[in-house]
Design a protein around this ligand. Structure first.
Ligand SMILES: *Cc1c(COP(=O)(O)O)cnc(C)c1O
Length: 470
């Protein structure tokens, strides 16, 4: 046995490392509730302790945990608490954190059934449950990927494969050079990850036809171009700023007639389909061909948990095909046929635990809770004379002050407060502050406290603007 092995066996046997990590993690869960939502300048400066040369020798592993907790924990963003409203970042349900610890120890590779029967089983269960929960066609298959960026990439890969096949072109064999032209139909409010996925797939910006949107960011149905078998249409189940949903029934109807493929980017909004309160918004989603959705957003699982759903199993698995003499497929679910990666962690385990814990009614009430809190936010902000620019149909609120300048300074003050965090955006040429209520943690008390910060941030912004005018 090498000296290194002796050390490693000793660490595994004594388990003090794991208890220490557990103690630190449990302390973090308490501390993060009081911690600044975004670290102070001083904390950020302390990160320089990590700027050191690559170590020569092995070191005491306890010290590694010590540094990580003492410096690292404070330099986190308090996502597992109630006043983080940035991007569309969810919290993590306690059961999913616990399951993530246990399954980390399992250290499973979820690529093939023979690598992890439990991962394959739970992903198969998640597939069945998700299809049911979201009301998608029964024959849909699911791939478990890192997030919606990758899920959209997979959906568009399947679409590319299928649409070219309709033109007697096998993209796996013939490639893209000289292939029949594809047309990608996107709303002007499409998420940037869709354009990125398209570019990775050789569908360049010149192949995109941009469709005008209404003031909520929904694609104008009447502005759609003629759709045919060369078209891939991407719709949104929730715009990343306004939370608006496209008119799926009308657009899918037109797409079906022409033979176009429809992908829905449902990163956080597709979960609305779990609640009958949002049935109007989700009407027609089942008519699409593929869907991307993130469990790490609205469903509040830990990160790195996205899903591609596709009603055309053949198109998806052909697009993501991989061969190798050593690969051992089985009669069971081999998850890597639905994903671009081969080796990957068993992210389906956490997803399964969230679905199992919440159940249908729990998921519905989580989604409704996020929506109700977003509405409460908007109501309070209007009372304090902020301009609310969107219809709060889901969990997103976009607001602004009376001038762009004031909005930007107010946002800077909010971000510097450490009391809460939200980001900015540009909405139809106006600078805005965007609020995403995406964590189970947020209570109305958190919102009241956040509103007070907003008001103070704007007061300070007004006085700094007046001062600089004088
Ligand atoms: C978050 C988001 C994405 C990207 O998802 P990732 O999980 O970060 O890759 C795409 N589209 C929308 C609408 C989003 O909100």
């Amino acid at each position: 046995m090498t000296i290194l092995q002796q050390q490693l066996f000793q660490q595994l046997r004594s388990k003090t490392l794991f208890s220490k990590a557990q103690n630190y993690a449990l302390a973090y869960l308490d501390d993060v509730q009081q911690q600044r939502v975004f670290p102070s300048e001083q904390t950020l400066a302390s990160l320089s302790v990590f700027d050191e040369a690559l170590p020569n020798e092995t070191m005491d592993p306890d010290t590694i945990l010590d540094i990580l907790h003492q410096v690292g924990s404070k330099a986190t963003v308090a996502q597992n608490a109630g006043r983080y409203f940035g991007f569309v970042n969810g919290g993590a349900l306690p059961i999913t954190l616990a399951v993530s610890w246990l399954s980390s120890v399992w250290d499973q590779n979820a690529a093939l059934y023979v690598m992890s029967p439990i991962a394959a089983k739970l992903e198969q269960v998640c597939e069945t449950w998700l299809v049911q929960l979201l009301g998608l066609p029964q024959h849909c298959v699911a791939g478990f990927v890192s997030g919606t960026s990758t899920a959209t990439f997979c959906g568009l890969a399947a679409a590319r494969h299928k649409q070219l096949q309709k033109h007697n072109w096998n993209v796996n064999i013939q490639g893209l050079f000289g292939a029949p032209k594809l047309r990608l139909i996107l709303g002007k409010q499409t998420h940037g990850t869709v354009v990125k996925a398209a570019a990775l797939l050789g569908i360049g910006q010149q192949n995109i036809e941009w469709v005008d949107c209404d003031d909520q960011g929904r694609m104008h149905v009447d502005s759609l171009p003629e759709l045919d078998e060369s078209c891939i249409v991407v719709l949104q189940a929730s715009n990343v700023n306004s939370g608006a949903f496209d008119d799926f029934s009308s657009i899918c109807g037109k797409a079906k007639q022409g033979g176009a493929w429809v992908h829905i980017d449902g990163a956080f909004g597709l979960w609305a389909a779990a609640s009958s309160r949002f049935s109007n918004l989700c009407k027609g989603i089942e008519l699409a061909d593929s869907w991307s959705v993130d469990a790490h957003k609205t469903l509040n699982t830990p990160y790195d948990c996205g899903v591609i759903l596709c009603q055309d199993a053949e198109a998806l698995t052909e697009a993501l095909q991989q061969k190798g003499s050593y690969i051992q497929h089985s009669e069971q679910r081999d998850s890597s046929v639905y994903t671009p990666e081969m080796s990957r962690r068993a992210r389906g385990v956490e997803l399964w635990s969230a679905l199992k814990y919440l159940g249908k009614t729990g998921i519905a009430s989580l989604v409704e809770q996020l929506h109700d809190h977003a509405q409460y936010f908007a109501h309070k902000l209007r009372q304090h004379s902020f301009n609310v620019l969107n219809e709060v149909v889901f969990n997103q609120v976009i607001i602004c002050c009376d001038t762009n300048n004031l909005t930007q300074i107010t946002l800077k003050n909010i971000q510097a407060s450490g009391e809460c965090w939200c980001g900015g955006s540009v909405w139809f040429d106006r600078h805005v502050i965007r609020i995403s209520v995406c964590s189970w943690h947020t209570t109305s008390v958190d919102i009241d406290r956040t509103i007070a910060v907003f008001v103070q941030a704007r007061d300070h912004a007004i006085s700094s603007v007046t001062q600089s005018d004088e």
